[in-house]
Every structure is written in structure tokens, then in C-alpha cells.
Write a protein that binds this ligand. Sequence first.
Ligand code: ATP
Length: 238
Amino acid sequence: MMALLEVRDLHVAYGKIEAVKGISFEVEQGQVVTLIGTNGAGKTTTLRTISGLLRPAAGRIMFDGKTIQNTPAHQIVSMGLAHSPEGRHIFPRMTIEENLLLGAYLRKDAAGIAEDVSNAYSMFPILGERRSQAAGTLSGGEQQMLAMARALMCRPRLLMLDEPSMGLSPIMMKQIMDTITQLKSSGTTILLVEQNAQAALSLADQGHVLEVGRIALSGRGADLLHDEQVRKTYLGEE
Ligand code: ATP
């Protein structure tokens, strides 16, 4: 079976600094794949390059069988690849509903959009309760939910999430992880970047450990979770 996303020998540099030094991985339809690793390992750079926000120095990115590393970002979104960025990037002065609708700006099917807004509110009831309030009044975790819900509004074939648990309380984090599990069981394909290795590996089919721009280790999520080296380095065990 052809992978939905295929990344081959990807290199990305900021000037002379090579942040991603030849990584390869695949995401198959229906899978949750996670990239874990410490600060500066190159996770965010990888997602931004897949989204078309950065251009690779070398390598190949294929989405649904098409080469996309030279495709403009807006066109990549319209192909069904959505990115919920690190730091959320919601629009604080716009209402929650307006933020959600921005995620559907490429769509013209009013009925489908209305249905998806209502799905977002059932997935995240707090967003529905506050739909007419400025998004900036939401807590950090709630803003994270809004960013995820907005990314889902384009009905993506692949959802990329950059550190959805960042800065969240343990309760909020559990809620976000439960939502990802729910999305997975409804068939959404997800590429998840996380510093919280425990949470990410627990729900991922496949995981890759990034170390300074390279994939140091790959395996099934459950296997990596029990790998001694991973436990020592990323799960803080002695
Ligand atoms: P974090 O979890 O801290 O975001 P990360 O794994 O996502 O880490 P990246 O943000 O991709 O890592 O950063 C990879 C490397 O590239 C780091 O050494 C970082 O300092 C460098 N880097 C990132 N953005 C830039 C930039 N705009 N200009 C120069 N160097 C950058």
C-alpha cells in the first residue's frame, strides 16, 4: 500500500545551520505517527517543511503520491494536509466561531461547514459554550483545542499537530490526548510532534526518535515505550 505521506532523506537548513540532516519516514492512511525528541531536535522544522512553510535543501516529500516539496503552502492545505502549529496561532480578538470558520476558508459547502462546526462543538463543548466570545479569553488548553478544531475544519486527510500538550495542566493534557485517540478511532490520519514521549508513544502506531536532526530510533509506539534507552533518555527513568 502506498503511504499517504512519504518523507525521503529530508534536509532542511537555516542558513548554514542544518536543522534536519536526512530523515525518512512514512505515514500510512489511518495511522498515528509520532516524532519525539528533545528541544531543538528538528521536529517543528520537519512539520513546517512538510506544510510548505520552509523549503528543504534536499530530499523528497510525497503526499498522496504527489511530490509537494515545491508546492505553495496554501495549495498543500487544499490537498488535505492541515497543520496545527506550535504556540497555537489563534486570532485572539476574533470569536471562537470566527476562528473555526477560518479553518474552512477553502470550502464552499455551507451545509458541510455548519455540520463540522457542530461536530467541533460536540468534541469540545467548551468551545460551543463560548462560541461568541473572543478567542483570546480562552485558557491555554482551550486555545489548543480551538487550534485543533480549526485544523479539522478543512476535513484534512492528514492532520499534523505540533506539541498539542505544550504548557497544559495534566488534566487538560489528558483531554487533548483522549481527543487524539478519538480522532484516530474515527479514521483520521495524524502526524504528532510531542516532547511528552510517554503520552505520544502510548497512542501512536509508529514512533521516531529525533536527535539533532536525525532519526536515532524508530519502532512501533508500544515497543518504543518499553525500550530501555527511550525510557532512560525520554521518560526520565534511571
Ligand atoms: P522544540 O521542541 O524546541 O521546538 P524542535 O525539535 O521542534 O524543538 P526545531 O524548532 O525544528 O526543533 O529546531 C531545530 C534546530 O533548528 C534548532 O537547533 C534550532 O535552534 C534551529 N532553528 C529553528 N528555527 C530557526 C530559525 N528560524 N533560524 C535559525 N535556526 C533555527
